[in-house]
Ligand binder design. Structure first.
Ligand code: SF4
Ligand code: SF4
Length: 70
């Protein structure tokens, strides 16, 4: 499993990047992006995905299987 970032909601603040235990988040062209290959959803590190917790925008970091809202 992996998280994904809703591109149009991301404000490129980088708050999600610092605490990712697997270094799976990086700056992309229009928004930050999650590497689905390495993201573990923080399974062994935190009770909840850390990036989702750190992101100041509600609904910006969601589980990869969550349908697009728009
Ligand atoms: S869920 Fe955890 S491992 Fe995956 S991108 Fe977010 S902080 Fe990194
Ligand atoms: S914390 Fe949220 S808004 Fe900030 S860069 Fe990461 S995904 Fe984008």
């Amino acid at each position: 499993m992996a998280m994904r970032i809703v591109v149009e909601d991301c404000i490129n603040c980088a708050a999600c990047e610092e605490d990712c235990p697997t270094e799976s988040i990086s700056k992309g062209e229009d928004a930050f992006t999650v590497n689905a290959e390495t993201c573990t959803e923080c399974e062994d590190e935190y009770p909840e995905p850390k990036c989702e917790e750190m992101c100041p925008i509600d609904g910006c970091v969601v589980k990869a299987e969550t349908p697009h809202r728009r």
